[in-house]
Ligand binder design. Structure first.
Ligand code: B1M
Length: 210
């Protein structure tokens, strides 16, 4: 088995120590840090995403895999240039105003990170103004809004309205248990994702120039 495969399998099985050890080994043998990220850590998380979507594994396994991926990232990160980290693009994530649920949003963030995005997590109960400030500060390509309450879904619409003048530069996608594609269409979001693995697919699709 190659070291890349060892790293991938370590991520998939959630073996944080094994991933960190094999990442160090790969560096010692002269493998470029970015290759370790792309062909080891991200490749492993991609498998995790597919299995999660197919209901072959569940939330706890994804969290454990993400922890293993982070263990490898911690080893390579100091060796990557700023431009190599999150090379795919920047995503701002947050749970909308009035809503404190963050487990699903965190999972989405981990999967996006695992897929090569830089994720700026604004947390929970994020007001439209805070999203606006975040876009100004971090200049993301994508903004992801999460809501778990029917009563806070409406704040997705007010957030979209607040970001109106950025819509030509920033794509906005939404998700969360009560959110549907129909609702996303109604409020004019650029995309909707039902789960964390689909959020990666949606982000990738939105980044493709039309
Ligand atoms: Co709350 N809660 N909760 N709760 N809670 C729900 C959501 C509820 C369905 C429970 C119920 O009544 N059956 C209900 C909402 C009803 C509704 O409006 N339809 C509810 C309620 C009513 C409340 C309170 C109002 C209760 C009260 O105080 N009376 C209160 C509200 C607080 C607030 O937010 N202001 C409240 C509080 C809480 C806790 C704080 C106790 C806790 C949250 C802890 C936390 O998140 N740190 C909590 C929890 C844990 C839940 C349940 C049990 C589980 C939610 C969860 O984490 N699921 C939930 C019932 C349920 O869903 N079974 C419930 C696991 C998570 C992985 O899934 O979040 O759906 P989920 O995320 C998925 C997808 O939705 C998607 O991907 C994720 C991974 O696949 N996704 C995205 C999520 N965000 C996305 C963003 C994307 C794309 C995909 O793009 C950006």
């Amino acid at each position: 088995m190659t070291l890349f495969e060892e790293i991938q399998n370590g991520v998939i099985s959630g073996n944080a120590k094994g991933v960190a050890d094999n990442t160090r080994k790969a560096l010692d043998t002269g493998v470029a840090p970015l290759s370790i990220v792309n062909d080891g850590l991200i490749a492993g998380m991609n498998v995790v995403g597919v299995r999660f979507r197919n209901n072959e594994i569940y939330v706890p396994e994804v969290l454990i895999a993400a922890r293993a991926m982070h263990a490898g990232m911690a080893v390579v990160k100091p060796l990557l240039s700023a431009g190599e980290i999150g090379g795919k693009g920047t995503v701002i994530l947050g749970t909308v105003k009035g809503d404190l649920h963050d487990i699903g949003k965190n999972l989405v963030g981990m999967m996006l990170e695992g897929a090569g995005y830089k994720v700026v997590d604004l947390g929970v109960d994020v007001s439209p103004e805070k999203f606006l400030n975040g876009v100004d500060e971090y200049k993301p390509q994508l903004v992801g809004l999460s809501a778990l309450l029917t009563t806070t879904m409406v704040n997705m619409k007010t957030t979209l309205e607040a970001l109106q003048s950025y819509r030509d530069r920033v794509k906005i996608f939404i998700g969360g248990a009560p959110v549907t594609q129909k609702f996303a269409d109604e409020i004019g979001a650029d995309g909707y994702a039902a789960d964390a693995a689909s959020a990666v697919d949606r982000a990738n699709a939105l980044l493709v120039p039309v």
